[in-house]
Design a binder for this molecule. Structure first.
Ligand SMILES: Cc1cc2nc3c(=O)[nH]c(=O)nc-3n(C[C@H](O)[C@H](O)[C@H](O)COP(=O)(O)OP(=O)(O)OC[C@H]3O[C@@H](n4cnc5c(N)ncnc54)[C@H](O)[C@@H]3O)c2cc1C
Length: 432
């Protein structure tokens, strides 16, 4: 039995967001006698964003990359799950408001990730499809399959429009999506839709800068571009989208592309809950923190992962918005919470560049290692990409099912999950 003094010394940490950062922190402090944790997320599951594109392209089921939070903490003595959307933080009185009641905290950790950035263009937001949640990945799959079904009945001009897919943003998401779609076009679609002529299907990847995978080495960027072109993707660099009306994309050079399906993977910004003063928000729309993850001028509010901005001499624009960074920051904060109990000084976060990678398709991936500084591509890079992603997935069952799916696809060249759920669609009907 806990004594009254012990109960009073137990501190309440509220974590907003059960993504890579929030989940890692809660797991690290799981069953610690000095802390009571409330983990709040608007979903009752953790989502593995790096494999969204495989859900969108019908390679994986949504449940393979989502993990129920209550399942993870079912034996926990100190972690409580609350499914709710946080609507406001009252930092002065240590409370927060949610769609499911108010909470008080001793420490607050904001780990709400990032949201799609449309750069203020309402029309692009209205008609383009983002991919920042499992739900949105499923919606992309749905639209794709719906358009194929509609193309069968459409006349020639509209078939082309319905089959064309434009992906905006040549970062890892855009590269992975367009590569997977191109493989689908080669392997599966002609078998499943013999009525359609897939030479009419155009896949465009538009990138505003002069290179794909801008955060990676020149060699990896060029190789990814070469892979995509070989798969039949039209890669357009230095191409800036100005507007989209649901059927025509207007580019900055006044030319246009006809398509009823545009996927927007051109940028993200921090997902900042209401109540954070604008003084603490960076130009990149993230919450400014010190190297101990404390929101500037607040001793008991922390921010981690994609929503957090730590400025350093080497990284004046902040650290990359990556799962590995979110996990490492959560690990550092967890250690600091343990040090607080022992009255030890806090340890600052030190970013370690672990390199980066992206996959384009079967046997085609690019890897940049940081130490030793090395870039490579091809089968070995693809194998490393797969192994790392399997390792990062939560739950043995998910790893096994994803592994079996990948082997199945590798051997048969077939997608297995091309199911249509029309009720998912949330966007206005395209203008054909
Ligand atoms: C398509 C895609 C592919 C990616 N591929 C890679 C990759 O290959 N490698 C890599 O390292 N990184 C990749 N990333 C980036 C990586 O996923 C992020 O860096 C990482 O998810 C950041 O972790 P986080 O904990 O900060 O936020 P997230 O993982 O985004 O978690 C935020 C959580 O907060 C919850 N939330 C948000 N707002 C609220 C609210 N108001 N109330 C309650 N809950 C809320 C959300 O539901 C979510 O669960 C990819 C991202 C995307 C979108």
């Amino acid at each position: 039995m806990s004594t009254e003094n012990e109960i009073q010394s137990i501190k309440h940490i509220v974590i907003i967001g059960a993504g890579f950062a929030g989940l890692k922190l809660a797991r690290k402090l799981n069953n610690h006698p000095s802390y009571k944790i409330t983990l709040i997320d608007k979903n009752n599951y953790h989502q593995f964003q790096p494999l969204f594109y495989q859900v969108a392209m019908a390679n994986l089921d949504a449940s393979n990359i989502s993990f129920p939070l209550r399942n993870i903490f079912q034996k926990s003595k100190n972690v409580t799950i609350r499914v709710a959307t946080v609507t406001n933080i009252n930092a002065e009185i240590n409370t927060l408001e949610t769609s499911n009641g108010d909470f008080t905290y001793d420490y607050l950790v904001i780990a709400t990730g990032a949201v799609t950035n449309y750069f203020g263009n309402a029309s692009i937001e209205k008609y383009c499809f983002p991919m920042k949640s499992t739900w949105e990945a499923l919606e992309i799959r749905n639209i794709l399959l719906t358009h194929f079904e509609e193309a069968i009945a459409a006349d020639n001009a509209n078939t082309k429009k319905l089959l064309s897919v434009v992906i905006v943003g040549g970062g890892p998401t855009g590269v992975e999506l367009s590569g997977a779609l191109a493989e689908m076009k080669i392997d599966t679609l002609p078998l499943e839709y013999p009525e359609l002529d897939f030479t009419e299907m155009k896949i465009y990847l538009l990138e505003g800068s002069a290179k794909l995978l801008s955060a990676m080495s020149e060699a990896s960027s060029l190789k990814a571009n070469e892979y995509l072109q070989k798969l039949g993707v039209t890669v357009m660099l230095n191409t800036i989208v100005k507007d989209y009306n649901g059927s025509q994309i207007l580019l900055q050079d006044a030319t246009s592309i006809e398509s009823t399906f545009v996927i927007w993977a051109a940028g993200v910004k921090g997902n900042i809950p209401k109540g954070i003063k604008t003084d603490f928000i960076s130009k990149s729309h993230q919450i400014k923190t010190d190297s101990f993850h404390r929101v500037i001028s607040k001793e008991n509010i922390f921010a981690l992962g994609d929503v957090a901005f730590i400025e350093s001499d080497l990284y004046p624009k902040g650290y990359p918005q990556l799962a590995s960074v979110a996990i490492d920051q959560a690990q550092n904060l967890a250690n600091n919470f343990l040090r607080l109990v022992k009255n030890l000084p806090l340890v600052p976060y030190q970013y370690i560049n672990k390199g980066s990678m992206a996959t384009v398709g079967r046997n085609k991936a690019v890897v940049d290692l940081a130490i030793p500084k090395l870039s490579f591509h091809g089968f070995f890079a693809w194998f490393i990409w797969m192994t790392l992603h399997l390792f990062l997935l939560i739950g043995f069952k998910n790893r096994l099912i994803v592994f079996i799916n990948w082997i199945y696809k590798y051997i048969t060249h077939r997608q297995s999950l091309a199911l249509l759920f029309p009720s998912i669609n949330s966007k206005p009907e395209p203008k054909i």
